[in-house]
Design a protein around this ligand. Structure first.
Ligand SMILES: C[S@@+](CC[C@H](N)C(=O)[O-])C[C@H]1O[C@@H](n2cnc3c(N)ncnc32)[C@H](O)[C@@H]1O
Length: 437
């Protein structure tokens, strides 16, 4: 594994973020725009050459450069808009204008309106309203607000057709439903949660907003449609991009383990284990999660892997059973950020208590940096995820120092022997061993 702290900037060495002027932003926009335009024509030429078997496809480095240029362009455009609007308009717009885009999108998703609009051509608002049983005038007002965000358009008076943005809504349904119907109300519970004090039983704004003492996991566990919807949401966000499951496969030398047992703690339907089993034939994988995921896990594990990949209902707050105590690796992917420190300590102690000599715990999570240490676009997402952990679970995203402190509190003999952040991944893989070895 790589060295400790790879790619991290400690608070003391984080350089102050440069103040952008309108001139520098316009220069950035121009240079990124020309780069991408040139790059697009290069890609076309390369694709032509590949099609005619004349040359290599675009290199991974080339893709990364385009992605960086695109990110810098988006970031510069966002900053330029802020600079042009001025300080009053920026906050005013967020509070007065943008908030309504969330509820119009929520309504469009809730009533599955995007599925009812034809892919080609248009449909009258009257006909749409009739299908979803809403007053036409109310629906028109909601849709026309969404149109200001390029969600649908009105090609002729009273008729709706798709835009490229609205076309994506059906595919994003699991994300929109979870984020806008479950998490948005939780976010709105933040101030009530802050004011009432964060007593033991009430660990998150989710509990305040949804009038429950259950954690999200207990609450969803009692409501099959919610937990299944959450599973579809996880599948969507971990399929491609910075949280793609392939980063776990590439981020650790699994092949060096030889014949080994990996326990995928809180492994959901087993999609990570299945990918690891496919890539490394000498691994045996045991997925542990709540009983109500047994059925989906059985359906996810393909027949040819059933001998090596199994699902066992088990709570990570309980001691490991004899069948899993001898594991070579306990994998905790996207588990600890859902929980407050005290809960994480309980989870970790259940594993350290039975960690055999030579075995490791691998924690796959984001490692937060100080403000300004990563580009603004990445930081926007990381900070949003941290807030998401706070409002929905009472958990948090952690810096390397936070992780180190947490592991030490769980077990003083626990040592971080490696931290690797695979290229393109938002998550790092932190390997932990007991230091007495
Ligand atoms: C954020 S998901 C992560 C799933 C998977 N590890 C991944 O990488 O996407 C958290 C998982 O923890 C599971 N979980 C919650 N409470 C649990 C408990 N007490 N014991 C075992 N699993 C639990 C949930 O059912 C869910 O599958």
């Amino acid at each position: 594994m790589g060295s400790l702290g790879t790619g991290l900037v400690s608070p003391a060495t984080t350089p102050p973020r440069q103040v952008d002027t309108i001139d520098t932003l316009v220069d950035t926009i121009k240079s990124c725009f020309y780069f991408l335009r040139h790059d697009a024509s290069l890609q076309n030429e390369q694709q032509k050459a590949v099609n005619e078997s004349k040359g290599p496809s675009k290199t991974e480095n080339g893709f990364r450069e385009s992605l960086n240029a695109r990110t810098r362009l988006v970031q510069a455009c966002r900053l330029l808009i802020n600079a042009l609007e001025g300080p009053t308009e920026t906050s005013k717009n967020m509070a007065l204008v943008d908030k309504h885009s969330l509820v119009s999108l929520q309504t469009i998703n809730h009533y599955r309106i995007a599925e009812l609009v034809p892919a080609n051509g248009d449909i009258s608002i009257e006909a749409l309203a009739d299908k979803v049983k809403l007053p036409a005038d109310t629906l028109a007002r909601i849709l026309r607000q969404a149109m200001t965000y390029q969600v649908f358009r009105e090609p002729r008076n009273g008729y709706i057709s798709h835009t490229v943005t609205s076309m994506e809504i059906p595919r994003l349904e699991p994300l929109l439903t979870y984020q806008l119907e479950v998490c948005l109300p939780s976010s709105l519970g933040l101030i009530r949660w802050l004011k009432q004090g964060q007593e033991d039983a009430i660990k998150s704004p989710f509990q305040v907003a949804h009038h429950t003492e259950d954690s999200w996991w207990e609450y969803a566990g009692k409501r099959p449609s919610l937990i299944q919807g959450y599973g579809r949401y996880m599948e969507l966000i971990t399929n491609g991009g910075p949280h793609d499951v392939s980063h776990v496969v590439r981020g650790f030398a699994w092949e060096s383990l030889g014949e080994a047992l990996v326990v995928d703690i809180g492994g959901a339907n087993g999609f990570v284990s299945v990918m690891l089993a496919d890539a490394f034939p000498s691994l045996t994988l045991m997925i542990q999660d709540s009983t109500n995921l047994q059925e989906v896990a059985d359906a996810t594990i393909p027949a040819h892997l059933k001998g090596r990949v199994t699902f066992t209902p088990h709570s990570f707050f309980e001691p490991q059973k004899s069948t899993s105590r001898g594991a070579d690796i306990f994998l905790l992917r996207h588990i600890l950020h859902d929980w407050a420190d005290e809960d994480c300590i309980t989870i970790l102690r259940q594993l350290t208590q039975c960690l055999k000599p030579g075995a490791s715990i691998i924690v796959a999570e984001q490692v937060m940096s100080m403000p300004g240490a990563v580009d603004r676009e990445r930081e926007r997402v990381m900070r949003a995820l941290d807030m998401q952990m706070m409002v929905q679970f009472g958990g948090k995203e952690r810096t390397l120092e936070d992780w180190e402190g947490l592991f030490q509190r769980a077990d003083e003999s626990l040592e971080m022997v490696g931290v690797v952040k695979p290229d393109g991944s938002a998550d790092s893989l932190i390997q932990l061993k007991k230091s007495s070895e």
